[in-house]
Design a protein. Structure first.
Length: 560
RNA sequence: GCCCUUAUAGCUUAAUGGAUAGAGUACUUGGCUUCGAACCAAGUGAUGGGGGUUCGAUUCCCUCUAAGGGCACCA
C-alpha cells in the first residue's frame, strides 16, 4: 500500500539525519491543503537535538526523495512536514482496484477463531445477540480479507436454569396440532417467561425447576431428556436459518452440554494447584492476581459459567489447535469474569500464552418507544429485523420484500457497526434507522448511483484507464483518489483495533466525497478524456463501496 | 464499600499526543427542463468541573462529579 512506500521514504530520510525511530507517526491531515501525509517527527526530536523544529524539519525534508511517489514536500510553521502524492501515483493506484482481485487483500496467514452470536436454546435471541452476530461476522470477514484463516465458532447454552425454566412450563402445556418452526420457538419463549416468573414467585415451582435442572445435568428421566432434545433441536434449526439470513455460516458449533464436563474435569484435576475448595465449592482465588475470587464449581457439584468457559477453551484446543488467536466476544458486563477466566486459562495452559482474547462490546440501550428497555420488554432479534423491514417498505413505498430486507439489513448492520463497539450504544428505533444520513441506506444508495451511471455509459466495457490522464484533477476528483488508496490501511487499522467502525467511517466519507463530486461535475456528458477518468473513478468507488460494505456484512443491491 | 468502563453541539457520534475538534440528525435557508433529490450546498451549535505532564492534551496522570457494569455458588 502507498502508506508503506511513503513510510520507507521517510524512514530513509530520517536515518540520514541520525534519528532512529521505528514507529514514525505518519498521519493523513484533516485539511487537504496539508497534503496526503504529514509527520510531526521534527517536533518530537527538535529539543533532544538542540535545534529548532523548523530547522530539523527542513533537514529531514531535504533528504526525502522526490519522484513518482511524492510530488511536493512542504515544511510548515511549528515543524510539520507535509507530503503531497503525485497525481500520477494516485491515478495509477486507482487502476489497481479491480473487482475480480480484491484491492488491499492482505497476505497474513494466521489462524483465528472468532466466537460470536452465542444464542441460548429455549429462549429467543434478543437485540444483544443480534449485535454479537453482526459484530463477530464483520470481524471474521475483516480477518479473512487480510488472508487469515478464520474459524467462525458458535457457542450455545443448551443446559442450565433457563432450559429448566422453559421445560417446566412446557411440560404442562404441550403444543396442540402442528406448529410451524416459528410458532414452536415462540412457544418456547413463552414457556421460558412463564417458568421464570414461577421460579421467582412460587416456592414449589422453584423446587421443581431445580429438580429438572439437576435431572438434565445427570441425564435422568428419559422422557424429560427426550423433550429436551426435541425442543433444543427447534431452537438450533431456527437459529441456523436466522444466521444464514444474516449471512453467517458457522464452521464450528459448541454447546454447553459439550463443554461443562470438560470444564468440570479440568477444574477438579487442578484443585490444590490452580483452584481450591472453599465452603463446599471450588473457587479460583482471584485476589492473588489482583482480581476477584470466582466460583467454578458450586456446592451442588455443578460447573458454573466460568468452568464451562474453561471447558470451551479446552474444546477449542482439542479441535482447532494450533491456532494463533481465539477471540471470544461477549457483552461488556462480562469483562470482569473474563479477566478471571483467562487468568485461570493462563495457569492451566502456560504453554500457549496470548492465544486467547476477550472482546467485550458495549451494551445496547433503547432510548424511547414502546420497545424501551424501561418497560422491561425485550426486543427480539428476529422481531427487530422484521420491524425495520416493514418500516422501510412503508417509508420508501417499496413493494419488493426481499429488497426491503436487504435495505433493513444494511440499516441495522451499519448502525450497529458505525461507532466504537466497546462503548455502550444507544439504539433509537423510533427515529428510524433508515433515514439518517450517516446510514446503511445512504451507502447503498450511493453504490446504486454509481452502478446506474456505469450501466448507462456507452463505454461500459472499457472503463479502465489505459492512458495516464493528462489534465489536472479537480478538487473533488483528487479527494476521491486520495481516499481510494487508503482502503488497505483502513482495513488494517480496523483489524488491529477490532473495530469495524473504522471501515464504516471511511466508507461514509468516501460516499460523501463521491456524492459531492457527482453534484458538481458531469460524468457522462464530460469530454472524452474527462469522461474516461470520471467513469474510472465511478467504477472504483463502486468497487470499494461494495468490498467495504461486504466487510461489514452488508450486501449491496443494484437498484433500489 | 471495593474494582472496571464511560462523559465531545439539543440528540446520535468521529478524531495513531498535533494544524481551524470532523460528521449525521434537528432547526433556518438555497439547489431538480441536467448522469437516481434516499442527493448536494450555506448557517447556528460541543471536549462534565478542577489540577498536572508536554513545545502542543478530547487523547496521558491525579482529583471531584455524574452515568453504566461487576463484586461467591445465574449465564
Amino acid at each position: 500500500m502507498i502508506r508503506d512506500k511513503v513510510a520507507v521514504l521517510l524512514q530513509q530520510a530520517i536515518a540520514k539525519t541520525g534519528i532512529e525511530d521505528s514507529a514514525i507517526a505518519l498521519a493523513h491531515p484533516a485539511n487537504p491543503e496539508h497534503g496526503d501525509f504529514s509527520t510531526s517527527i521534527a517536533l518530537k526530536y527538535a529539543k533532544k537535538r538542540g535545534v529548532s523544529p523548523m530547522e530539523l524539519a527542513q533537514q529531514i525534508a531535504n533528504h526525502i526523495e522526490k519522484g513518482t511517489l511524492i510530488s511536493t514536500i512542504e515544511v510548515i510553521k511549528p515543524g510539520f512536514i507535509n507530503l503531497h502524492l503525485s497525481q500520477e501515483i494516485l491515478i495509477n493506484e486507482m487502476k489497481h482496484i479491480q473487482s475480480d482481485s480484491p484491492y488491499g487483500q492482505g497476505k497474513q496467514d494466521k489462524k483465528v477463531v472468532v466466537e460470536y452470536g452465542q444464542p441460548n436454546t429455549h429462549k429467543l435471541p434478543h437485540i444483544g445477540h443480534l449485535f454479537s452476530y453482526v459484530y463477530g461476522e464483520s470481524l471474521s470477514r475483516i480477518f479473512a480479507y487480510q488472508g487469515n484463516t478464520v474459524i467462525r465458532a458458535n457457542y450455545q447454552g443448551d443446559i442450565g436454569l433457563h432450559v429448566a425454566k422453559c421445560l417446566y412450563a412446557y411440560i404442562s402445556r404441550k403444543p396442540e396440532g402442528t406448529l410451524s418452526l416459528h410458532e414452536k420457538v415462540q412457544l418456547l419463549q413463552t414457556c421460558y417467561q412463564t417458568g421464570s416468573e414461577a421460579y421467582e414467585n412460587d416456592v414449589d415451582a422453584r423446587e421443581e425447576i431445580d429438580a429438572i435442572n439437576k435431572a438434565l445435568y445427570h441425564e435422568q428421566d428419559a422422557d424429560l431428556i427426550k423433550i429436551w432434545k426435541e425442543t433444543r433441536s427447534w431452537s438450533v434449526q431456527y437459529y441456523d436459518e436466522f444466521q444464514k439470513s444474516l449471512g453467517i455460516v458457522y464452521d464450528r458449533s459448541y454447546f454447553e452440554t459439550d463443554t461443562w464436563k470438560i470444564g468440570k474435569e479440568l477444574v477438579e484435576t487442578s484443585i490444590g494447584t490452580v483452584f481450591e475448595r472453599s465452603q463446599n465449592a471450588v473457587i479460583f482465588r482471584g485476589e492473588d492476581h489482583g482480581l476477584h475470587t470466582r466460583v467454578f464449581i458450586n456446592k451442588h457439584g455443578n460447573p458454573t459459567y466460568e468452568a464451562k468457559e474453561l471447558g470451551l477453551y479446552a474444546a477449542k484446543m482439542r479441535d482447532l489447535a494450533p491456532f494463533d488467536l481465539s477471540i471470544t466476544t461477549t457483552a461488556s458486563e462480562q469483562n470482569e469474569y473474563f479477566k478471571v477466566i483467562f487468568k485461570a486459562v493462563e495457569q492451566l495452559f502456560p504453554q500457549n500464552p496470548g492465544t486467547y482474547k476477550h472482546l467485550g462490546y458495549g451494551m445496547i440501550n433503547l432510548t424511547s418507544g414502546k420497545m424501551s428497555s424501561r418497560t422491561g420488554e425485550i426486543v427480539g432479534a428476529v422481531q427487530l429485523v422484521e420491524m425495520t423491514t416493514e418500516l422501510i417498505k412503508s417509508a420508501f413505498d417499496m413493494q419488493d420484500s426481499s429488497l426491503a430486507l436487504s435495505v433493513a439489513h444494511a440499516a441495522i448492520k451499519y448502525s450497529f457497526l458505525k461507532s466504537d463497539p466497546f462503548k455502550n450504544m444507544t439504539f433509537d428505533l423510533e427515529k428510524s434507522i433508515a433515514r439518517d444520513g450517516d446510514s446503511g441506506p445512504y451507502l447503498l444508495y450511493t453504490y446504486v448511483r454509481t452502478q446506474s451511471i456505469l450501466r448507462q455509459a456507452a463505454a461500459n466495457e472499457q472503463i479502465s484507464l489505459n492512458d495516464v490522464y493528462g489534465g489536472v484533477l479537480n478538487t473533488e476528483e483528487r479527494a476521491i483518489l486520495q481516499l481510494l488508496h487508503q482502503f488497505p490501511e483502513v482495513i488494517e487499522t480496523a483489524a488491529q483495533q477490532y473495530m469495524p467502525s473504522v471501515i464504516a467511517t471511511y466508507l461514509f466519507t468516501l460516499a460523501q466525497s463521491y456524492n459531492l463530486f457527482y453534484q458538481k461535475h458531469q460524468v457522462l456528458k464530460a469530454d472524452d478524456a474527462q469522461k474516461a477518468l470520471r467513469l474510472a473513478i465511478t467504477s472504483r468507488v463502486g468497487i470499494i463501496l461494495k468490498s467495504g460494505l461486504r466487510l461489514l456484512g452488508i450486501e449491496t443491491v443494484e437498484k433500489m
